[in-house]
Design a protein around this ligand. Structure first.
Ligand code: PLP
Length: 226
């Protein structure tokens, strides 16, 4: 199927989830995760109306940026970020979704020329294999970023467990939403924290019902090569 057809289906499902949850569909942005596909396929996503591109490796981010940069398209770095790759990623990333440690914040602070929009990654499910701060660590961590002039915490991000258990997924997303509200309520200038980056191909409808403002969709939107 074409990317445009996939996007149409996804948008309909997002609309239905928003209706169910009493939300406005305009509150939800789709990030096309293009890590599995070439620049040509990624271009189809932009032609179909996508305004956000997500990549999880620095090389992929740069390749897609060079091929797709145009007014109104934002680039999101969604993968684990090694401190030594920060310098390479910063010129291309409008958003970093994987801020999960102080050493990484320090490197961003040192290398950035202007304020960087960051999501703090939270390991809500507590799985040992997942990156991210624990729920308990998140608020103190964000508080500790107050003195960092280059870091703006725009929201929280999580990766849900790989499961079909809808109630488990829902509880993970709901917990992240509660935590986001806690941070937002602090009123910290460096951490407006209005956004929630959660939901992928298999679980985005639940994430939207629970408050996602950015869903990160790869397979269901652009497919997977090979
Ligand atoms: C690959 C990836 C996605 C998209 O995964 P799909 O299941 O293909 O939609 C979303 N978020 C992150 C962090 C990823 O690495």
């Amino acid at each position: 199927m074409s990317v445009a057809e996939n996007l149409h289906i996804i948008q309909e499902k997002i609309n239905a989830s928003c209706l169910k949850a009493g939300r406005k569909a305009s509150e939800v942005e789709v990030i096309a995760v293009t890590k599995y596909v070439n620049s040509q396929r990624a271009k189809e996503a932009v032609s179909a109306g996508i305004r956000h591109i997500g990549e999880n490796r620095p090389e992929g981010l740069i390749e897609k940026y060079e091929a797709l940069k145009e007014d109104g398209v934002s680039f999101h770095f969604i993968g684990t970020l090694q401190s030594r790759k920060v310098k390479m990623v910063l010129p291309y990333a409008d958003y970093i979704h994987s801020l999960d440690r102080l050493s990484l914040a320090k490197e961003i602070e040192k290398r950035a020329e202007q304020s960087v929009k960051c999501f703090v990654q939270v390991n809500v499910s507590g799985e040992a294999t997942k990156h991210g701060l624990s729920m308990a660590e998140t608020v103190p961590f964000i508080e500790s970023l107050q003195t960092f002039s280059k870091i703006q915490v725009v929201g929280l991000m999580t990766m849900a467990p790989q499961t079909d258990d809808e109630s488990l997924l829902r509880s993970v997303f709901r917990k992240l939403k509660e935590l986001q509200c806690d941070v937002e309520a602090k009123g910290w200038a460096h951490a407006p924290c209005h956004e929630l980056s959660m939901g992928m191909s298999g679980d985005y409808t639940i994430a939207v019902e629970e408050g996602a403002t950015f869903v990160r969709i790869g397979t269901a939107l652009v497919g997977k090569e090979g």
